[in-house]
Design a protein around this ligand. Structure first.
Ligand SMILES: [Zn+2]
Length: 447
């Protein structure tokens, strides 16, 4: 779970101390761990995570060496109780701890691999110790602390780390695919998904990227003050260099607060689908329930029909990739073009296909893909045109797939300022990372 709480909530949450309900028992005598339990050598369960900071690791090792700390990792099928009992905690303590956690966090949300850090009081003269505190992280910058009160009961509270916004820059060189290269470079999955969508108007990911091509992305994110990413926000800039040609996309916020992406020239990268992919067309049948002239009963018409003479050229409604091309039942000779992750268009009843394309071909908006006919279930020559959004046919007339504008005048001037600012941020992050990498390798050389 990602926590997006801002600093303002911290005070409120940190003060949510929830005492467990131990009925007015006098000081609960907590069964003790033996010295042997605590001084057991560190096991995989008690080693700090590899990504812990240096000071975390030192502290954990010190406490572990002193027998005062243990890290337990939930195994597959473990309940919280199972894991706690495994550390040597007795049932009464375990019960109070689980009860306390319940008040702020549902232990059912724990997954295998969850780590809990237990700390114990200093050993007494008999070499025994009581549990003092349990800490665990349930999300980036979001942890829970369970502590023992003077009366022996346990309380749990949430600790939400302070966060701030920053820009992150990730880049890499493509070996086999953008996806693999981006993952290897550390682009978070949600950012990568947005990045692919962004480039999908211009890049055919199956064909265009070649070995050695490069990409870079700069996005905003929320991070805790000690640098752990909590939430990824919008992409600010993305670029791909494909066979030496650079595509650069900048996020630009409009006056109404919405934002869109523009290329270096200030041209919107979103291209509208043609509403009428044939010239001189007359809409002969709209989208919706209609009486079917051949079937003789009413059914949904999931596209629009354009009445045009046999052989009229049919244009690709937008840039994309031919996903399907061939006879397709009632549709007759049919082509489907995929435009991006969300949108595809279909063209039915063609008399013939344009010979230069095949399944998998990349087409540009306005290119002729075939010719009007009456193949399949059709009473006469017409183009049956469908727009599919997320695989369902939608009314092409209502499709919200507008081209983004080309900026000019004051807007273009404002875009130029944003662009300069973005370029400067991107360059500065590159310098900072280069410096960090060099210091790291210099430090490594001294070992
Ligand atoms: Zn139709």
């Amino acid at each position: 779970m990602l926590c997006t709480c801002a600093g303002a909530l911290i005070g409120a949450l940190a003060s949510t101390l929830v005492p467990t309900n131990i009925p007015s028992a006098p000081r609960v005598a907590l069964p003790r761990l033996s010295l042997a339990d605590l001084s057991a050598p560190a096991t995989a369960d008690s080693l700090p995570a590899a990504d812990a900071t240096w000071s975390d690791r030192v502290r954990a090792r010190l406490r572990s060496a002193m027998g005062l700390a243990r890290t337990v990792t939930l195994r597959s099928g473990d309940t919280l109780t199972d894991a706690l009992v495994r550390t040597g905690l007795d049932k009464v303590t375990t019960f109070s701890v689980v009860d306390a956690i319940h008040a702020v966090y549902n232990p059912k949300k724990f997954k295998a691999g969850q780590e809990l850090e237990l700390s114990f009081e200093a050993l007494d003269d008999n070499g025994a110790s009581e549990l003092r505190e349990i800490n665990f992280e349930v999300g980036a910058g979001h942890s829970i602390m369970v502590s023992r009160e003077a009366n022996g009961s346990f309380t749990a509270k949430e600790i939400i780390a302070d966060t701030h916004r920053e820009f992150a820059r990730v880049e890499g060189t493509i070996d086999s695919s953008l996806y693999d290269a981006a993952q290897e470079a550390g682009v978070p999955t949600d950012v990568l998904t947005d990045m692919v969508k962004l480039f999908s108007y211009d890049v055919d990911f199956q064909r265009d990227p070649q070995k050695g091509d490069q990409f870079a992305v700069m996005y905003e994110r929320n991070v805790t003050d000690d640098g752990k990413p909590v939430q990824n926000l919008a992409i600010q800039y993305a670029t791909m260099v494909l066979s030496g040609t650079a595509l650069k996309f900048y996020a630009f916020r409009h006056d109404d607060g919405s934002y869109d992406f523009y290329n270096e020239k200030g041209e919107g990268i979103r291209k509208a689908l043609l509403r009428t992919p044939v010239n001189g067309a007359v809409l002969t049948s709209g989208f919706g329930l209609r009486f079917h002239p051949i079937l003789g009963y009413s059914r949904m018409h999931r596209g629009v029909d354009f009445g045009v003479p046999m052989g009229t050229p049919i244009m690709a409604a937008g840039d994309g990739i031919i996903e399907k091309r061939g006879p397709n039942g009632e549709y007759g000779n049919y082509i489907r073009i995929r435009h991006n992750a969300d949108y595809a268009t279909g063209y039915a009843h063609m008399s013939r296909f344009a010979p230069e394309f095949s399944t998998g071909s990349r087409v540009r908006q306005g290119q002729i893909i075939g010719y009007v006919g009456k193949t399949g279930m059709a009473t006469g020559p017409h183009l049956h045109y469908e727009v599919m959004k997320n695989a369902a046919q939608v009314n092409p007339v209502n499709v919200k797939f507008p081209a983004s504008q080309k900026l000019d005048g004051k807007l273009l001037a404002r875009f130029r300022a944003t662009q300069a600012d973005t370029d400067a941020k991107f360059a500065a992050l590159g310098q900072a990372q280069k410096f960090a990498a060099e210091s790291k390798s210099a430090a490594g050389g001294n070992d």
